[in-house]
Write a protein that binds this ligand. Sequence first.
Ligand SMILES: Nc1nc2c(ncn2[C@@H]2O[C@H](COP(=O)(O)OP(=O)(O)OP(=O)(O)O)[C@@H](O)[C@H]2O)c(=O)[nH]1
Ligand SMILES: [Mg+2]
Length: 255
Amino acid sequence: MGLTCKSCKRKAILDIYNIVKANPNQMLVALAGNPNTGKSTIFNELTGLKQHTGNWPGKTVTNARGYFKNKDKEFILVDLPGTYSLFPNSVEEEVARDFICFGNPDVTVIVVDATCLERNLNLVLQILEITDNAILCVNLLDEAKRKKIQVDLDRLSVELGIPVVGTIARDKKGLKNLKDAIYDVCVKKIIPQPKKITYPKEIEDELQKLIPMITPLITNKINPRWIALRMLDGDIKILERISQNSYCKGACNHG
Ligand SMILES: Nc1nc2c(ncn2[C@@H]2O[C@H](COP(=O)(O)OP(=O)(O)OP(=O)(O)O)[C@@H](O)[C@H]2O)c(=O)[nH]1
Ligand SMILES: [Mg+2]
């Protein structure tokens, strides 16, 4: 199979997040979310780096990596390209999806725009089907206030079953709480318990047959239920990803 522009681009992006922890004290944190929700602004504030930001979607096209410390831990923060869904339409979206699925982050911070929560929560629910270790960061609370939108963060936390932190990243507000929530989830002081979606009986029955077959094939933390759902969806590519095993830490050679 020849090299295509798409495959080269994919490889270039993947190389950037070929992340090996230097020691067990390091924790890996993914910053995910819809485009233009303030992920790179949060990334820059936490790491002191200068990722490209601006008021239009699709600025971040590769995964930038930076570091920050909190208490006794060091965190590797990965700024992912914005994605509307985990059913990707572009290489960037596919890479963001794959990092969440196969990159083994210790916690995934999902950044949402407080002014359009309904649209953003679609991706949140999709991510919570993959991983329990998630934190919701409700950003742009200043814009929400300006538009007279009130967000009940405590209620959201109860409804979703994960920690929720409100931020105004551009004004550096709420970021200490976010760092502390990341720490608490990483050290298991807080154990998120996302509410799971129950599908109609026909689907749940098929899932119960598939999950025991898939579980032995998976070498990392990826949720077999999610893989089974993708299979029922006819997503052939996800099976290729697993058989390539190219994202499973400890089970692959990225060289
Ligand atoms: N008013 C307001 N603006 C914000 C806030 N956080 C970020 N912004 C602005 O929102 C715009 C988008 O921010 P980015 O950090 O580039 O967003 P992103 O999620 O990385 O975007 P993509 O990389 O395109 O997915 C920028 O103009 C930021 O200055 C906030 O809390 N309030
Ligand atoms: Mg960005």
